[in-house]
Design a protein around this ligand. Sequence first.
Ligand code: 13P
Ligand code: SF4
Length: 311
Amino acid sequence: MVDNRTWADKIRALKEQKNAVILAHYYTRPEVQQVADFVGDSLALSQQAADTDADIILFAGVHFMAETAKVLSPDKKVLIPDPEAGCSLADSCDAEAFRRFLEAHPDHIVVTYVNTSVEVKAMTDICCTSSNAVKVIRSLPADRKIIFAPDRNLGDYIKRVTGRNDIVLWDGACHVHENFSLEKLLALKKEHPGAKVLAHPECKKPVLMAADFVGSTAAIIDFVGTDGGREYLIATESGILFELREKYPDVNFIPVPPIDSTCGCNDCQYMKLVTLEKICRALETETPEVVIDEEIRRRAERSIRNMLALK
Ligand code: 13P
Ligand code: SF4
């Protein structure tokens, strides 16, 4: 059996030989994050994808992220090590059903979270990520009606923060973030009274109400740096724990368990499909490659660029 170090050495050699860059999300496996040139949250990864001068972008993440990279860098080869790495949230917004939804709500500005297919982005006015969703909503005229899709929890959260109660929400969700147990979280709070709760806005409202801080993956990591506490309860996908423990080795991070603790569902099984072996094979063969219809790509690009233009 080939060990991780051998895969990593092969990957580094292939990267150099092919002028490839590896972009990885914080939810991927630790060994994948270690071999990446850049690790980030959805917003930072899309910024990197727009800026890179590599010939090949290998996206260690889920499908919509690799698609976003291809939309922004159409002349580059974008590789996805496992095309089965999907996203339950993106899947909760079918493009045809979304088209009908928009027809039923004319004259609305369409805001979608980047966790969507390229076809949904092509029907979008401006995209957002969990890092900038509030900023995107605040940038829109107060007298315009807004549709927000696909995440109902993030949508509900930004309605509360911005006071824009008129936002129409699509009814989608992420199965990982919806699965955190409030009961277990409250029990952990009792056991660790000094620990602050940090939660991702894709979690359900009761979990968010119990949190001391709500933010994107990158915002949670930054919060610990500025807050300076010694112990935190973490309600987001477990891959973030690797970066948190690397960055803050003296701090105790306790993952909030999912409702069904035998299912291990605070792991995103799609993110974990990306392995060193698959990355190595993808770089060797330069497949599977992300391919997008040019007309759809151009329309989707507008919605992502509108987001990136918001500094
Ligand atoms: P962020 O990277 O914006 O925190 O989003 C989390 C997520 O669920 C990505 O799929
Ligand atoms: Fe999609 Fe949820 Fe996995 Fe993120 S954690 S990729 S939103 S299924």
